[in-house]
Design a binder for this molecule. Structure first.
Ligand SMILES: [Zn+2]
Length: 327
């Protein structure tokens, strides 16, 4: 596996340490052969759930099945996606969603579970692998037909391309990720109050949870423009500065979250859209009183594996003069 880079913040789902070995994908003979070798390993997914080994004593881990193991259980690998090399193993992702019952004892103590629930418990490498596999398989499910002519498409390049099967068309499509910005807006403090940060809550959030503002990048926008637009739409706040901090693949279902820190040049909140049900400023003292979702009746922070949480922790660390996890 690849080493972690120094000095870059590593967020959950972003700890990519397999070698994607992109050059190997282009040889269909190699991909087909590699899938049958004894050193191939397969990450199996069933209806957006992932096969994890879960015991009472150990950290949950992603199960890597062998081709023999799948064959024993008469599981067809279908259009397997070549993920890359994990040490000397060739790693594939396989979608078993067509099976009615995915668990004829595929692996002892393993079951198909929701990554939303178990992601925070996984180590960074496994979390990244599952996010990668999940995003790829989701893209395949949603691109079975050509967007240009409507004919069926077929997987190629080890699952990193789909090609229209119509001879008259032949349109190729490639895996996509949807860029979205997420931003912690800070006001440095003035006669009206201490330094504070701007958090909002959407109606679908867990009870009491407040988070950083976020939104999808629209065509024709720079990331900085998206940050300014979203903050203005959701809170009516103008920004004096916008600074990139870190990014995180967010596989629910296939976004890339681009995290920013921004400084506000105004403090009066005026919501210009209905995306959030509440937006307000919080002082450091107030944020320090926030609890964890599900563990408090009061206000709570976003889930610990999210970039929203990273941005809030980063601000709190800075305000307390602590060294940030992200630096
Ligand atoms: Zn087509």
């Amino acid at each position: 596996m690849k080493d972690r880079p120094d000095r870059e913040p590593i967020l959950k789902y972003a700890d990519a340490r397999i070698d994607r070995a992109a050059a190997l994908r282009e040889d269909p003979g190699w991909v087909e052969k590699a899938l049958k070798q004894s050193d191939a390993r397969i990450i199996a997914t069933w209806r957006s759930r992932h096969l994890l080994c879960i015991t009472e004593s150990d950290q949950p881990r992603a199960v890597r099945l062998s081709p023999e193991h799948l064959a024993e259980h008469m599981v067809e690998h279908g259009e397997a996606v070549f993920l890359g090399m994990e040490d000397s193993m060739t790693l594939f992702a396989v979608d078993l969603s067509d099976r009615i019952d995915p668990e004829p004892e595929l692996e002892p103590e393993a079951s198909f579970v929701d990554l939303r629930r178990f992601g925070p418990l996984l180590d960074g490498h496994d979390a990244n692998l599952l996010a990668y596999a999940r995003a790829m398989l989701n893209w395949h499910r949603n691109h079975q037909y050509c967007g240009r002519c409507g004919a069926a498409t077929a997987s190629s390049a080890g699952g990193h391309r789909r090609q229209c099967t119509s001879k008259d068309c032949g349109h190729m499509s490639f895996p996509r990720t949807d860029p979205a910005i997420i931003v912690l807006v800070e006001h440095p403090g003035d006669d009206d109050g201490p330094p504070r940060c701007l958090l909002g809550r959407s109606a679908h959030f867990p009870e009491g949870m407040y988070s950083t503002l976020a939104g999808f990048v629209e065509p024709g926008e720079s990331l900085e423009q998206t940050v300014r637009r979203e903050v203005f739409e959701e809170a009516g706040i103008e920004l004096a500065s916008v600074r990139y901090l870190a990014s995180q693949p967010w596989p629910f279902p296939g976004s890339l979250m681009l995290g920013f820190h921004a400084t506000a040049s105004s403090t009066i909140i005026r919501r210009n859209d209905e995306e959030l049900e509440a937006v307000r400023w919080f002082s450091l003292d107030e944020v320090d009183q926030f609890g964890e979702s599900g563990e408090t009746d009061g206000l709570c922070l976003p889930r610990p594996d999210s970039i929203a949480r990273f941005l809030i922790d980063h601000w709190c660390d800075k305000m307390h003069g602590r060294e940030s996890k992200g630096n």
